[in-house]
Ligand binder design. Structure first.
Ligand code: ATP
Length: 579
């Protein structure tokens, strides 16, 4: 709790002056109200002594107006600070999320992260603009009221202290319970986001498997959990509200009894008793503020804790500083020497268990092997999505760990297995790797990947939206968009993960030619499931169970590697059946 409070203060620190000013104005506004019983006392006394109450009433009106103006300005400043803090927290959180280590994100749920960036940050605003100030204003006004009560009549103050003790005890007892329930409620909302995100991300799979009911039940279960925890918070909050009001009423009765007796005995005048009773009623405000502020603060601290969990996740190591844009072109050869990689949190044998191979700077190197052999893992290591344990990986003769991460990724073009396309227009997708690409360059990439016909047929051409994850395109079109995007980035090392699997024979042949052209000036690494792709390669690396079995040319491997011969035979059969 203390750590979260410190974190909350760290969020507020850049806005400390405005927060302090807003808080001071809000407190002054509440303080002005404190003067009301004193004025009322004067007015009553004026009536009793047959003097004109006008000056007291005028002053009273002035104080009320000034108090309202101060409160309004203070509240505005506090809300503005709250908004600024939320903005800062969101900016930092999103910047952090996008720079997280891939391995950390593998274990997180995007829906939960989304709730943290939207819902939990919103709680910060409530905490700063309301709860923190409510707690401070409530506490200060309470102290002020108690002091004024003591000045008015010390005996009557004794009777009211009882009420304060009851409220204090109730708060002390309930605060930890409320905090826990609030934290669980926010977790449940995060879980609901995660479940809903899962269903929406796989919308077609959900429908195809008739799983709408099950997905709905899972989301509803999380929603119900959030509601149950919300009810727990409501229960404890209402107990604390009732306790506050009841104790004030108790104090009122005590003051009326003791005060009445003191007036009868002449120890106290009626005006003082009236003022004191007003103070007692006045206690409801600060006490309510204090309890509500405290409850809000505990909820906000739970949110701060959830934001901190993301901030504490490991970020990507950027590597050495980049020397800026390097105009050098040409291929970047790759070597793997005894590379071992076990995916974080994976108990199975390592995905790479001593991988050794070399891909020359020019030409095509194909990676083949059974499913799960570790082919995509080669690409994941080259993109530095994961860090290998032992062994050495070099790109362009330089240890991969010595590359500035941004330079490395800028030199690489990666077309992933499922050719992801982002929601947005075709143009946005094509320019994703090279936002400054000219229209001619875009056109050239379209022609090379045979997308020009498609674009000419589309009503809005390049400005046509492609839908969420590119669902408005066919599988083959998505693959070509992904390839065109990679080409526009002018990569020196192109990583193609079975890029032609969805293409018809004509398009496949065309893209093979494009890749072949590219290989003159760049290194191309291709994960191949089709024999046609493999035959095209200058060198072939055969992987099995996280190791390299053999490396060579097609003819050479057919002769000396049984697994390769078998793969080639089955792929040949598959190709023949298809054609
Ligand atoms: P395919 O041809 O089916 O795509 P592949 O040869 O490309 O297979 P990889 O994706 O490199 O295989 O996977 C190698 C092994 O690592 C597999 O056993 C896989 O289950 C595991 N693996 C892959 N990615 C991860 C990950 N992010 N976390 C844990 N294990 C993983």
């Amino acid at each position: 709790m203390r750590a979260d409070l410190l974190r909350l203060l760290a969020y507020a620190r850049p806005h400390a002056r405005r927060l302090a000013l807003g808080g001071a104005l809000a407190v002054a506004g509440s303080g002005a109200a404190l003067a009301l019983p004193v004025m009322a006392e004067h007015a009553v006394r004026a009536f009793a002594e047959h003097r004109s109450p006008a000056p007291a009433l005028l002053l009273l009106t002035g104080v009320v107006l000034a108090g309202a103006a101060l409160t309004a300005t203070g509240t505005y400043l506090l809300c503005r600070t709250g908004e600024d803090v939320v903005l800062g927290a969101r900016e930092r959180l999103v910047a952090r999320m996008l720079r997280l280590d891939v391995a950390s994100v593998d274990r997180l749920s995007p829906g939960d992260l989304l709730t943290r960036a939207t819902g939990d940050t919103t709680l910060l605003r409530t905490v700063l603009s309301r709860s923190l100030v409510d707690t401070a204003t409530g506490a200060l006004t309470l102290v002020g009221t108690v002091v004024l009560m003591g000045v008015t009549d010390a005996v009557l103050l004794g009777a009211t202290v009882l009420a304060l003790v009851v409220v204090g005890a109730v708060l002390g007892l309930l605060a930890p319970r409320i905090r826990r329930a609030q934290s669980e409620a926010q977790e449940a909302v995060g879980e609901m986001g995660a479940r809903l995100d899962r269903a929406l991300q796989s919308f077609r799979t959900v429908k195809a498997n008739g799983a709408e009911g099950r997905e709905h039940a899972a989301v509803a279960f999380a929603a119900r959990r959030a509601r149950d925890r919300g009810l727990t918070v409501a229960r404890w909050t209402s107990v604390s509200d009732v306790a506050t009001h009841a104790s004030v009423q108790l104090a009122f009765l005590c003051v009326l009894g003791v005060g009445g007796a003191r007036v009868a005995s002449g120890a106290l005048d009626v005006a003082s008793l009236v003022a004191f009773l007003l103070y007692v009623f006045y206690l409801v405000g600060p006490l309510g503020q204090l309890t509500e502020g405290w409850i809000g603060l505990t909820g906000g601290l739970a949110a701060v804790g959830r934001l901190a969990e993301v901030a504490d996740l490991p970020g990507e190591r950027p590597g050495p500083a980049s020397a800026g844009a390097v105009a050098v072109r040409g291929g970047l050869g790759v070597t793997f020497t005894d590379v071992v990689l076990r995916y974080p949190g994976d108990d199975r044998p390592p995905a790479h268990d001593g991988v050794t191979f070399a891909a020359p700077p020019h030409g095509i190197t194909a990676l083949v092997g059974p499913s799960g052999a570790g082919k995509s893992t080669v690409f994941a290591l080259l993109e530095r999505f994961y860090d290998h344990g032992s062994g050495r990986v070099t790109v362009g003769g330089r240890d991969i760990r010595g590359w500035p991460l941004t330079d490395l990724r800028a030199a690489l073009g990666y077309v992933e297995q499922d050719a992801p396309v982002l929601a947005g227009t075709l143009r946005e997708n094509l320019r994703y790797a090279a936002p400054d690409a000219s229209e001619e360059e875009v056109r050239e990439a379209l022609v090379r990947t045979r997308l020009d016909d498609l674009v000419d047929r589309l009503p809005a051409g390049l400005d046509t939206p492609v839908g969420h994850r590119g669902v408005l395109l066919s599988g083959g079109e998505r693959q070509r968009v992904a390839l065109a995007r990679a080409l526009l980035g002018r990569p020196r090392l192109l990583l193609l993960d079975e890029v032609t699997s969805h293409l018809d024979a004509v398009n496949e042949q065309r893209l093979r030619e494009v890749v072949r052209d590219l290989a003159d000036d760049a290194t191309v690494l291709v994960i191949a499931h089709r024999l046609s792709t493999v035959v095209d390669a200058d060198t072939i690396v055969v992987l099995e169970n996280g190791r390299v079995r053999a490396q060579g040319t097609h003819a050479d491997l057919l002769e000396r590697d049984a697994l390769y011969a078998e793969l080639a035979a089955t792929q040949l059969v598959a190709a023949a059946t298809r054609e």
